[in-house]
Every structure is written in structure tokens, then in C-alpha cells.
Design a protein around this ligand. Sequence first.
Ligand code: APR
Length: 436
Amino acid sequence: MDQRDQNNLNNQSFYKYPKLSKQQTDYLSLLCSPKDSYSAYPIIEFLNNNPKKHLEALQSAISSLNKNDQYELFQNTLPKMAQYSLELVENSPKKQLLISKGTIQFTRKEIYQFLSLAFFGLLIAQHDQFPDPCNLTYILQDSIEKAKCYLHYFINAREEQENELVTLERISFNKNYHIDHFFPNQKTNSILDLELWSNCNKSLKNIEFCDQYIEEQENSFLVDFANKYVGGGVLDYGCVQEEILFTIMPENIIAVLFCKVLEDDEVVLIKNSIRYSDYKGYGYSFQFVKREPKNLNQNILVLDAQDYSYDSLKQYQPNEILREINKSFIGFSLSQQLSNEEFLLPISTGKWGCGVFEGDCELKIIIQLIAFSASIANEDQQRKMIFSTFKDKKTNQYQKVLDDIIKKYKSVGNLFQQLLKMSKKYRVFEFLVNKQ
Ligand code: APR
């Protein structure tokens, strides 16, 4: 982006709120008092700009609610959503967009307000370098199961938690932290320096494989297999790991609204969002499962892998391996703002970049092993990386091979040097285990 665009974006660095027409305000005010479904639907459709298609997914999701939830929705929830939407538009807090490194905080109530405006289709796109769509309109039209997750959130968000804080932090490469703190004896300014990684004599740490889903790890950092546009297709038709993680924990959507597209050396942390829904299935078979919302002390580490679906051999090139090591290293080294206790929470990861982005799973495991081992500041720091295999039998056999590789190479530098010599004739683990 040239300087002019950068300046332009900078002076647009505050969130732009919608300016409602009198009609939109009147309709929202109408919704502030309880309506039955017949009078509520046309208003919600009008506010969603009378989409080409009726909000059929919303109608189906509402019909799937039990009687109590339906009553709660029309009596209290929709009026609260309309009231909170008007409040946010009438006295809009000045909120900095996350276009470069920095931290912003939201109360749960503020996030509820943004998501309510998104439900009524009233948010406006911030800039072409921000994820778009930013409203729930598509979901309310076409995605019944996602619509159920959002209704479950809107109905069950508890007022006594409204003043709790959710923090967004955008982290980018910072020499004083990422090099001076983690590679104290190295004299370089670049994290992409081959010598830095080849000379790293930190010991390789164990990765604990477990046969479950990433989001089952409580008190941890959950790795979001992200798109560089945070959230990917979460407000659209997408429904794999990132979109599911954001749909079952809808407060994460605030990062979609506030984060500009990520650069190669940037990650985002979302701290303290609540898990609202359960699910079964995946992709097109995704289905909402009701659960009691609970704060599981989970934080999200938004980490976008490279997309190799167009050219899978590219991922074995040294510069590509280095990009993925650095993205995951900047992610796993988390933030200088964290308390020591937070920093030591386990990282819950898995086949990052190995689905839609068609990464080589064995290569990505080695890349994450190198990055995680380097993100341990000193040898006695007890940090854990848990690799959830997503019920994949094959990855369940990886524990043994990985233990052998760790035993054989011992240090980050030794493993890194050998990895760069790899030829695509062999499978990654086979190449590393059989090297004489
Ligand atoms: N727990 C553990 N593993 C999981 C989970 C989960 N909850 N969900 C999926 N996986 C495994 C699956 O095996 C999947 O194939 O992780 C693999 C990678 O998941 P993807 O979502 O395909 O991740 P990636 O390849 O990085 O693609 C990222 O997809 O969701 C979009 O917005 C995202 O555009 C980005 C792209």
C-alpha cells in the first residue's frame, strides 16, 4: 500500500459507525417493545435492507427454538438488541481500529451491541482491507445452523457479565521482544535470518498429541487456523475450523470488525471470549448443539498459515518454511503484555494450514515444534503445546515418531538446518528420521 493509502487508512483509524436514517431509527424503536413474530420479521427484513431473499434461515432457526426460548426472544431479547443498537449508534464510543500493533478492549455489552447491529444488517464496512461482509444478513438468509448459534448467544448472554472485558491485541515483529528476549546472543535485526534459526541451541520441547478437538482445551490459547482476513468466511458460507471457532464463541467476531488484514509478521490475540454453543459435524454437515454458555478461560491466537492449495510444492522452499516458522513463532511467543501465569497457559493447536490451505501435516508439525521450542524464554519455563488430532487416526501415530526426532536432533538449530536440506522425494518425518 503506498504512503497516500497508508495516510488515508491512518486517518480513518477510528471505527466508522452507521448513520441511521429516520426510518431505520423508527423501525429499531418499534422493536424496543415486545412484538410477535409476524410483526417482528418484516422490520428485521427491512433493516437488513430488504435482502433479495427472505431471512429464511432466521425463520427456521426461530422455529427450532423451544417455546421458552421463543418467548424470551420476542419478549426480551429482540427489544434488548434494538435498544442496545440505538444506544451504540446514538452515543458511539471512539474506538481505534486495529490496523497496526496495539490493544483495544470491549465490554461484553459493547460486543453485544455491535453484534446486534450486525444482526439488523446495519454495520458498515470500514475499508477494503477489512473483512467483508461485516453483518449477519447472509447467515440469516442461508445458514440455519449458524443462525441458531447466534440466537443462542443473543438469548443467553448474561447481563451480570456485561462489564467484563474482552481484549484484542495485534502483535507484530518487535526486535526487542522477539529477538533480544528469545535469542539473546544473536546479533541480527531480522527474524527471517537463517543464521538466527540455524544457531539456536534451545532444546526441542515435547508436543503432547491428544485425540480431541482444539476447543476442548480449557485454560489455554486456542490456535485459530485463520485467514489473513480475520474470521475468513465466518459471516459468509465458510464453516471449517476458524469459522466454527468464531461461531461457537461469537464474541470473537469483534476481531472481524476491527482488524485490518494481517501481514506475514502479525498475529492477533483475543482474550476472554466465552464459549456459547457446541456443535457436531463439520463444513456442510455443521450442526448447532445447545449447551450452557461458560467462560472456559480460553483465549484465541489468530494465526494465518500460507495457502498452498494452488501450489503445494512451494511449501518446501526455505523462504516459505521460514515464513511459517516466523508466523507461528510470533504467535507462540504471545505478548509482552501478558502476566507470567497467562504466558504459561498451554497452546492448543492442531493441523494448522493442513486443510483448506493444503499444507503438509508432517511439515507443519515440525514447523510448529521449532517455533514453539524457540518461544520458550528459558529452559525451566514449563509451557505445553497440545496437538489435537481431530480424531485423525494417522496423526495419532505421530507421537512416537516426533519423540524420536526430538531425541535425534535435540536442538532447534540442528532440526532447522536439516529441515532446509529436505528433498521432496521423501516424506518429511521419513527424511528427518533416516538422515545419517
Ligand atoms: N480441532 C482440531 N483440529 C481441527 C478442528 C478442531 N476443532 N477443526 C478442523 N481441524 C483440522 C482438520 O483436520 C482440518 O482439515 O484442522 C485442519 C485444518 O483446518 P482448516 O480450517 O482447513 O485450516 P487451514 O487449512 O489453515 O485453512 C484456513 O480455512 O477456515 C478457513 O478462514 C480460514 O481461509 C482460512 C482457511
